[in-house]
Design a protein around this ligand. Structure first.
Ligand SMILES: Cc1cc2nc3c(=O)[nH]c(=O)nc-3n(C[C@H](O)[C@H](O)[C@H](O)COP(=O)(O)OP(=O)(O)OC[C@H]3O[C@@H](n4cnc5c(N)ncnc54)[C@H](O)[C@@H]3O)c2cc1C
Length: 461
């Protein structure tokens, strides 16, 4: 739809433009189509359902959440298991599905919603560079055309790429994309690879590097050197932590969690049950913390929280243990302190990286430092344009963009922008727990319900 027509009138069957076709955009599209809306989904990759997380082609990269908590729909918690049965995939409730199969799930459900609904559906395989307010709606601009008019826009641009590694030159040995599995697999079979980052992406990259090549070595390094904890198979799941009324502080929450973990341990209950029981109230706890307390949480407690909250499948943890026991994997703290390239050896460049314990000669470096969510440091044309228009603003902690509890963008002047909503990781600053499917599916459903409620997409916040 390319037009200069007058602004559309919001109805209960609106036309919605979704920017980003990863899990967040795809789930929002499915919900909207099921409710009769028309959807144009803009996805630079050309295909929906993959995004960053589910585009891996390596079948050893597993979901880090069990199948029984990865349904795309809050009101149908068995949907992923049902899909797997339909697709002939053996998947139990506590299993961890390969991530590439999760993309198939999202794509299948999107195809059914597009076929079954009365609304029109289109995927535009282009990058959106601007969104211009037009009357009560918007014109969505890509570099290739004059614009697509919509009643409402959903920002689902997801996980922005990491910042380049400071102090390292651009070079063939400095790999910026940890999801380029083909390039990573093609590194020499006897390579020594520095993986910068020790989170779940670093873990996946290490498995890709080491599983097929017994003579490769990996050094994983981050400032803290903490790796995600593993899930355990027989986990008690219904631990409830009572959250006190009144003002909350970061230290107070930390000590509450410690007390609950000790209490649980005395009853023979694993700490994971306490962490998982806190997942539901996390958004409301975060919203109750004053800004200085949020900052303190990030500075003092976030690392410890993340490695307990974002866990890896037991099978992956067992692989890491085996690599370490074989002497093929080191996990270090202290970060990257410097680098140089020695040119003499056999006429080939030899990167030398300074770590806390000294210099290491490596074959390649892979940037697994994770998304860089600060929109004030972005070179993404869409985010620059939206900020210039005052339609979005960074949240105070620079974890994403400022949004209301129900996902409406808050503009630079502090007021809610009607009909401009956000789903997924960009909401992290406002909600903290916003980056994984168990939260995204709720947001996608409620944004779709809101936009099809017939009140023109206005907000009560
Ligand atoms: C490696 C990895 C593994 C994960 N594993 C799990 C897991 O097991 N379970 C879980 O619950 N969560 C997991 N997550 C969390 C993950 O954030 C969510 O599950 C979910 O994938 C987020 O999807 P998204 O669509 O918001 O973001 P993304 O996956 O980042 O997708 C955003 C999409 O938007 C597109 N886009 C961006 N800007 C534009 C533009 N201007 N124009 C057009 N298109 C644009 C991008 O091309 C991209 O495809 C994982 C995350 C990562 C990175």
């Amino acid at each position: 739809m390319t037009t200069d027509a007058a602004p559309p009138t919001p109805t209960s069957t609106p036309t919605v433009a979704i920017i980003g076709g990863g899990a967040s955009g795809t789930l929002t599209a499915i919900n909207l189509l099921r409710r009769g809306a028309s959807v144009t989904l803009f996805e630079s990759r050309g295909e929906a359902g993959y995004g960053v997380a589910y585009s891996t082609t390596d079948g050893r990269h597993l979901l880090n959440v069990r199948a029984n908590n990865m349904s795309g729909f809050p009101d149908d918690r068995d949907d992923l298991l049902d899909w797997a049965a339909e697709a002939g995939i053996e998947l139990g409730p506590i299993d961890f599905l390969p991530r590439r199969d999760y993309a198939r799930y999202l794509r299948d459900r999107l195809a059914s919603a597009a076929e079954g609904g009365p609304g029109a559906f289109e995927i535009v395989g282009e990058t959106v560079i601007d969104v211009e307010p037009v009357g009560a709606g918007f014109r969505v601009l890509t570099s290739d055309d004059e614009g697509h008019v919509a009643d409402a826009v959903v920002l689902a641009y997801g996980n922005p790429p990491p910042q380049p590694l400071a102090g390292l030159p651009e070079a063939p040995w400095n790999l910026s994309d940890p999801w380029d599995v083909a390039r990573i697999s093609a590194l020499p079979v006897d390579a020594t690879v520095l993986v910068v980052g020790t989170g779940l992406t670093a873990v996946d990259t290490t498995v890709t590097l080491l599983d097929d090549a017994p003579d490769r070595r990996v050094i994983m390094v981050s400032r803290h050197g903490l790796v995600p904890n593993p899930h355990v198979d027989d986990q008690f799941t219904s631990w409830v932590t009572p959250i006190p009324d009144g003002p909350l502080t970061a230290d107070g929450i930390a000590s509450l969690v410690r007390d609950q973990i000790e209490h649980a341990a005395r009853l023979g209950v694993d700490w994971r049950a306490v962490i998982d029981g806190l997942r539901g109230p996390t958004q409301s706890i975060w919203r109750r913390l004053p800004e200085p307390e949020r900052r303190r949480f990030r500075e003092v407690y976030a690392r410890e929280w993340e490695v307990r909250r974002h866990r890896m499948a037991p099978r992956i943890a067992a692989l890491l243990d085996a690599y370490r026991a074989e002497g093929r994997l080191e996990i270090l703290g202290g970060g990257v302190l410097g680098s140089r390239v020695d040119g003499a050896r056999n006429g080939t460049a030899q990167p030398v990286i300074t770590l806390a314990d000294g210099d290491r000669e490596v074959t390649a470096v892979i940037n697994c430092t994770g998304p860089s969510p600060d929109i004030t440091r972005t070179d993404n044309p869409l985010l620059l344009a939206l900020q210039k228009r005052g339609l979005i603003a960074p949240d105070p902690l620079r974890l994403g963009i400022d949004v209301t509890e129900d996902g409406h963008a808050i503009g630079a002047d502090g007021s809610v922008v009607p009909n401009l909503l956000t789903v997924g990781p960009p909401c992290k600053g406002a909600l903290y727990e916003a980056t994984a499917i168990p939260e995204i599916r709720g947001q996608a459903a409620s944004v779709a319900a809101h936009l099809t409620s017939g009140d023109g997409g206005s907000t009560s916040d």
